[in-house]
Design a protein around this ligand. Structure first.
Ligand code: GLC
Ligand code: CA
Length: 565
C-alpha cells in the first residue's frame, strides 16, 4: 500500500449556510469560514469538506446548482473562495469541495434549453420520456418514487413530457449516457481544481445510471422508493473510470464518493479499492441507523444496537483491510445530530467522548461534522412548518398517511430523523443567535445555545471539544501516530452487547480500544493482556483490578497492551 497524504488527515465538514455569517445577513458565508480557520486549526483538523456554495435557487440548500462556475452571492464571490482555499493551505489545511454530478437546478441554462423543444441541442442532457398510457390516461413512465417523496418523474407542460428527478422537482437528473454531459462535468471539475481545491466529495455518485424503465410491484404505495432502480448500476463504474482518467488522476485529486443506495461491499470495492481507478474512498451509511429509531417515538428511548453496529463496522473494515481506505464519520448534514441519535441524554459528556473515540481510533480518515465537537443536539421542532428540508416534510406526510393520522406523532417521528437537525446554526457563544450572526439567522437556533457553544467548550479543559482535540493530536502527533493511522484493526469480543472493542496492531505496538455503550457499570476481561499504558480515558480514573476493567456508563479507554503469550 502506498501512503497518501489523505490517510494522515483528519477532516471536518462544513455546511456553509449554517457555519458562520461574516456580514450579518443571517446566512453563513465563505468569508465566515475563512475567519474561523484558526478555530479549526486549533482543533487540529487538516482537511475541510465544504458543502456546495455555487449559484443556486436554494431549493435544496445549494445541492440544486444553477451555475457551477459561479459562487452564490449569498455565500460570497469567486475571490472569497480563492482566499478561503489559499488561507486554508497556508494553515496546512487541504480543501475538498462538493461536486454535484447527478442533477442540476431546473433553473440551470442547460435545463432551460432542454425543456424548450424536443430537438433542442440540450434535450439529451436530461432524461425525458413521453409517459405511458394507463386506463386511457397518460401517466408517468414508471411508478418509481423519489427520495424526497412523490414520483421520480415530473410532468413538464411546455414540452409535453416527463423528466426524471430522483430528488426534488426542481432538481432534474442529468443524462450521464450523453458524452457531452460527462465532458461538461469534467470541465467543471477542472475549473475548481485549478481554483485550488484538493479534490471533491462527490454527491449522490452512485445514482448516475438508471435500470430499465419497468414498474415496481408494490400494492401499498403509489410511488414506491426502490433504490436499486437508480443506484450502483454497472455504468456508474464506467463513468467514474472516465472521470478518474481525465480529471482526478491528472490532478492527483482526493475523491470521496457519497455511496448511498445500499452499496454492497463488492460494489464499494469496485469504487474505491486501491486498484479501482475510480475514487479514493466512499462514504457509506450502514452504520448510521444501528439503533431502534424506527421503533420509538420518544427520543429518550433511543438505544444503539451494539451487535449490529459492530457487525457493520467489521464488515466494512474487514473488506477494506488491505484493499482500500475508508472515511470515518458518524453523521453528516443529512442526518440527525450524533448526540441525540447515538449519545445518551443523561450522560452527554461521557457518551459524546466515547462515540468520538470509537471513530477516531479506527483505521481510516476521520471526519467531524460541524458542531459535533461541541455536542450539538437535535432541534426541538414544534410544528411541521419549522422544517426547511423537503424530505422532512415528506416524511411527516408519509407518517400521517401510512402510519398514524396523529399529527403530534407524525411530527415526533419526522423530527427524530430530520436532516434539519444538523443544519441549525453553529453555536459559537452565548450572545444572541449563538454568535452565528448579528442579524436574523436564516434558520432556528437551538435554544440550548447558552450552554452548548464553542466559547464554553474552549474554556472547560474537560469538555467534549478537548477530547476531540486530544484524539486528533494522538493520531497526528504522538508516538501512536503509525499504529492509529495504519495499524491493523481487529474487532474483538464479538458477542458483547455493551462494549464495542477492537485492537490496533502495528510492529510491536498494540492498542486496545474498549467502548461501553451501557448506561450501567460493566466489566471487561483483560486477563489476556499485560497493560503497558493508559493512553486515553473519558473518565478521570481507570479502574483495573485482578485482570478486570470496571467501566462506568459510556466509559471508553484506549490502552497500550502486550498480548500475553
Ligand atoms: C446528497 C446530499 C443531500 C442532497 C442530495 C441531492 O445526498 O448529501 O444533502 O439533498 O444529495 O443533491
Ligand atoms: Ca452572510
Amino acid at each position: 500500500m502506498d501512503k497518501k497524504w489523505w490517510m494522515e488527515s483528519v477532516g471536518y465538514q462544513i455546511y456553509p449556510k449554517s457555519f458562520y455569517d461574516s456580514n450579518n445577513d443571517g446566512i453563513g458565508d465563505l468569508i465566515g469560514i475563512t475567519e474561523k480557520l484558526t478555530y479549526l486549526k486549533d482543533l487540529g483538523i487538516n482537511l475541510l469538506w465544504i458543502g456546495p456554495f455555487y449559484d443556486s435557487p436554494m431549493d435544496d440548500n445549494g445541492y440544486d446548482v444553477r451555475n457551477f462556475y459561479q459562487v452564490d452571492q449569498r455565500f460570497g464571490t469567486l475571490d472569497d473562495a480563492k482566499t478561503l482555499i489559499k488561507t486554508a493551505h497556508e494553515f496546512g489545511i487541504k480543501v475538498i469541495l462538493d461536486f454535484v454530478l447527478n442533477h442540476t437546478s431546473d433553473e440551470h441554462p442547460w435545463f432551460i434549453e432542454s425543456r424548450k423543444s424536443k430537438d433542442n441541442p440540450y434535450r439529451d442532457y436530461y432524461i425525458w420520456h413521453e409517459g405511458k398510457m394507463k386506463d386511457g390516461k397518460r401517466v408517468e413512465p414508471t411508478n418509481w418514487g423519489s427520495f424526497f417523496g412523490g414520483s421520480a418523474w415530473c410532468f413538464d407542460e411546455p414540452s409535453n413530457s416527463y423528466y426524471m428527478k430522483i430528488f426534488s422537482d426542481k432538481m432534474p437528473d442529468l443524462n450521464w449516457r450523453n458524452p457531452k454531459v460527462r465532458e461538461e462535468m469534467i470541465n467543471i471539475g477542472e475549473f475548481w481544481l485549478d481554483v485550488g481545491a484538493d479534490g471533491f466529495r462527490i454527491d449522490a455518485v452512485s445514482h448516475l445510471d438508471r435500470a430499465p424503465l419497468e414498474d415496481i410491484h408494490d400494492k401499498k404505495h403509489k410511488y414506491p422508493l426502490d433504490w436499486h432502480r437508480f443506484s450502483n448500476l454497472p455504468k456508474v463504474h464506467d463513468y467514474l473510470q472516465e472521470l478518474n482518467e481525465k480529471l482526478f488522476k491528472p490532478h492527483n485529486a482526493l475523491t470521496i464518493g457519497e455511496v448511498g443506495g445500499q452499496a454492497t461491499i463488492e460494489n464499494a470495492l469496485k469504487y474505491a479499492s486501491f486498484d479501482a481507478n475510480e475514487l479514493s474512498m466512499v462514504f457509506n451509511f450502514d452504520h448510521n441507523w444501528c439503533n431502534n429509531l424506527n421503533e420509538v417515538v420518544d427520543p429518550k428511548k433511543l438505544k444503539v444496537d451494539v451487535i449490529q453496529l459492530r457487525a457493520v463496522f467489521k464488515k466494512w473494515q474487514d473488506a477494506f483491510k488491505e484493499k482500500g481506505w475508508l472515511p470515518l464519520n458518524w453523521l453528516n448534514h443529512d442526518q440527525p445530530r450524533l448526540m441525540s441519535h447515538y449519545g445518551h441524554y443523561k450522560y452527554p459528556k461521557a457518551s459524546g467522548k466515547m462515540l468520538a473515540t470509537v471513530i477516531h481510533m479506527m483505521r481510516g480518515t476521520p471526519f467531524i461534522y460541524q458542531g459535533e465537537e461541541i455536542g450539538m443536539t437535535n432541534y426541538p421542532f414544534q410544528d411541521v412548518q419549522d422544517f426547511d428540508d423537503q424530505s422532512s416534510v415528506a416524511n411527516y406526510r408519509y407518517q400521517l398517511e401510512h402510519v398514524s393520522d396523529n399529527p403530534v406523532y407524525a411530527l415526533k417521528k419526522a423530527s427524530l430523523k430530520s436532516r434539519d437537525n444538523g443544519r441549525t446554526p453553529m453555536q459559537w457563544d452565548k450572545s444572541s443567535a449563538a454568535g452565528f450572526t448579528k442579524g436574523i439567522p436564516w434558520f432556528h437556533v437551538n435554544p440550548n445555545y447558552k450552554k452548548i457553544n464553542v466559547e464554553n467548550s474552549l474554556k472547560d479543559p474537560d469538555s467534549l471539544w478537548h477530547h476531540y482535540q486530544k484524539l486528533i493530536d494522538l493520531r497526528k502527533n504522538s508516538q501512536y501516530h503509525e499504529v492509529i493511522t495504519y495499524g491493523e484493526l481487529d474487532f474483538i469480543d464479538l458477542e458483547n452487547k455493551d462494549c464495542l472493542s477492537y485492537t490496533r496492531l502495528r510492529g510491536d505496538q498494540t492498542l486496545l480500544v474498549i467502548n461501553s455503550f451501557s448506561q450501567y457499570d460493566v466489566m471487561f476481561d483483560l486477563t489476556q493482556y499485560n497493560i503497558l499504558e493508559v493512553v486515553l480515558n473519558n473518565y478521570k480514573k481507570t479502574r483495573i483490578k485482578n485482570g478486570m476493567i470496571f467501566l462506568k456508563p459510556f466509559e471508553s479507554v484506549v490502552l497500550e497492551v502486550k498480548v500475553k503469550a
